[in-house]
Design a binder for this molecule. Structure first.
Ligand SMILES: Cc1cc2nc3c(=O)[nH]c(=O)nc-3n(C[C@H](O)[C@H](O)[C@H](O)COP(=O)(O)OP(=O)(O)OC[C@H]3O[C@@H](n4cnc5c(N)ncnc54)[C@H](O)[C@@H]3O)c2cc1C
Length: 494
């Protein structure tokens, strides 16, 4: 194929799409605004510590391995994946602990310890999760929903699996114990969804993890990104870093060229954007009336919340703190309502604590440990506060809580620390309202109701990444790349 394609943005979705196109013989140029690829999976090196900015829980490794298999290569030559167990340790303020793992017997033991009455209900929930995993992920996870007909075809499965109910409501129909309900429903937060409003279809994440495991890329998620870039360039792809696209030129209903801030300009047969949806339509396609109309529609959608992440490196090693921990706060539903609906900064919080050095000591200097503590916060549209002022206060409160629950002398042990706030998402990633996960994964914003993988009007302009079907998370955006690549390759062969 002598076609030329441009992919704007080197997040996981953009990288996966670029690899798929280049593997199929399309001369692909991947253009990234920032100095490093990865998008939400950016990486910082500070004082000998490696800090991954975003994704840390790698699930469905098969969807990544496929990107190498397409051209007869082997992922393991570029990236070493290490299993993580338990998947997560969940901890509540009263001291209750629950190790959530992929080992069926160990998980059953944990459930028996927490609430013996719920074991039978858990087994029924697992069967439900397996069913929605098959219907929602295996069958439809990489299908482009371009027409309403595609949505109608999916409707019987949605009805059968009661997709209108929330994950929490569905979990509660099987499970009586409140803590176990939280343990089996919090996963939607990892893709930007409130368990109380996100469609029950997202209960599929449980089965996805049970079957595919939870993994860690040796050297950090940044090494997975680096491996993808190496693979793309080995295939002959071209990468431009640190040069934001400022304009996508169109003639009639076709995208023809791309212009970057440095003044570079390239002509292409097809253009795809992995950038934020509003930024793509409003800014990059500013001369297209249909794109401006699309941008206005997007402004009315519900955007997922932002995040506040404290990165810190400490003296000492912590073999007793597992790789992934959730430190639940005293409230669950109320806390989520504050973040998703009320737009206030609550006095309490639930923390996701990431501790990579327990799996991979190479993430810190010898005898030291790397951590990040993440709390969801309302996006800038709901909570327009001055993060420069609030950031240091929230950072201290979060570190105090980690200290109270896990590392008593944390402040004395800290070697280096910094935080990442909603305005950083907005500034670094052009993320609308500083949202961490793009459009909220509501049923009314899923599949055909989400941004389409190919624009409805500009016939050779495509989208890939968290704003498209099936949504955020590495498996989601890698699935969206599969759907978008299929469309692009079909169109380019016409
Ligand atoms: C803190 C955090 C933790 C997370 N944890 C997990 C996890 O453990 N597991 C998991 O599976 N998922 C996790 N996620 C979600 C997951 O990281 C994201 O959904 C996914 O990485 C988004 O990928 P994307 O393809 O949509 O692109 P993004 O990562 O959003 O990247 C888009 C890229 O486009 C670039 N760009 C934008 N505009 C332009 C332009 N004009 N010109 C050139 N380039 C441009 C940006 O700079 C960026 O590099 C997490 C997210 C966050 C924020």
């Amino acid at each position: 194929m002598s076609a030329r394609a441009c992919v704007i943005g080197a997040g996981f979705g953009g990288l996966a799409l670029a690899i798929r196109l280049q593997s199929a013989g399309v001369a692909t140029t991947l253009i990234e605004a920032r100095d490093k690829p990865g998008g939400r999976a950016y990486v910082w090196e500070r004082d000998g510590f490696t800090f991954d900015a975003g994704p840390t829980v790698i699930t469905d490794p098969a969807c990544l391995a496929e990107l190498w298999q397409l051209s007869g290569h082997v992922m393991a030559d570029d990236v070493e994946l290490m299993p993580v167990s338990p998947f997560y340790r969940l901890n509540w303020p009263d001291g209750t602990q629950f190790d959530y793992s992929g080992d069926e017997r160990a998980l059953a033991q944990q459930i028996l310890k927490l609430c013996p009455d719920d074991l039978e209900g858990y087994e029924r929930f697992l069967a439900y999760s397996a069913e929605v995993y098959r219907e929602g992920y295996v069958k439809l996870g990489a299908v482009p929903f371009l027409s309403f007909t595609a949505m109608i075809k999916a409707a019987p499965a949605l009805v059968k699996n009661q997709a209108w109910r929330s994950v929490y409501s569905m979990v509660s129909s099987y499970i009586k114990n409140e803590k176990l309900r939280e343990a089996l429903s919090f996963h939607t937060l990892l893709v930007g969804g409130n368990p109380f409003t996100t469609s029950a279809i997202y209960a599929l994440i449980h089965k996805l993890e049970q079957d595919g495991g939870v993994w860690w890329a040796k050297g950090g998620t940044g090494q997975l990104v680096a491996g993808m870039v190496r693979h793309f360039e080995r295939l002959g792809g071209t990468m431009r870093l640190h040069d934001p696209v400022i304009h996508v030129e169109t003639i009639g209903n076709r995208a023809t060229a791309v212009e970057t801030r440095s003044g570079w300009r390239g002509q292409f047969d097809a253009v795809a954007s992995n950038g934020d949806l509003v930024h793509t339509y409003r800014d990059l396609l500013s001369a297209s009336p249909s794109a401006q109309a699309e941008a206005r529609k997007l402004l009315d959608k519900r955007w997922s919340p932002s995040l506040f992440v404290v990165h810190f490196g400490v003296e000492g090693t912590w073999p007793g703190i597992p790789h992934h921990m959730i430190l639940f706060g005293p409230r669950y539903k109320g806390l989520l309502a504050d973040i998703y609906d009320h737009g206030v900064l609550p006095a309490d919080f639930s923390i996701y604590l990431h501790h990579p050095t327990v799996t991979d000591p190479s993430m810190a200097p010898s005898g030291k440990s790397t951590f990040y503590a993440l709390v969801p916060v309302a996006h800038l549209g709901k909570l327009p506060i001055d993060w420069e002022q609030v950031g240091p206060i929230l950072e201290k409160r979060i570190l105090d809580e980690v200290g109270r629950r896990l590392i008593p002398d944390i402040h004395d042990r800290i070697v280096t620390k910094f935080h990442y706030a909603p305005r950083d998402f907005a500034l670094d990633l052009s993320a609308h309202l500083g949202s961490a996960f793009s459009l909220e994964p509501l049923l009314t914003q899923s599949a055909w109701f989400r941004a389409h993988n190919r624009d409805d009007k500009i016939r050779n302009f495509y989208l890939v990444g968290a704003g498209t079907h099936p949504g955020a998370g590495i498996p989601g955006v890698v699935g969206s790349a599969k759907a978008t690549a299929r469309l692009m390759l079909e169109d380019l062969q016409r």
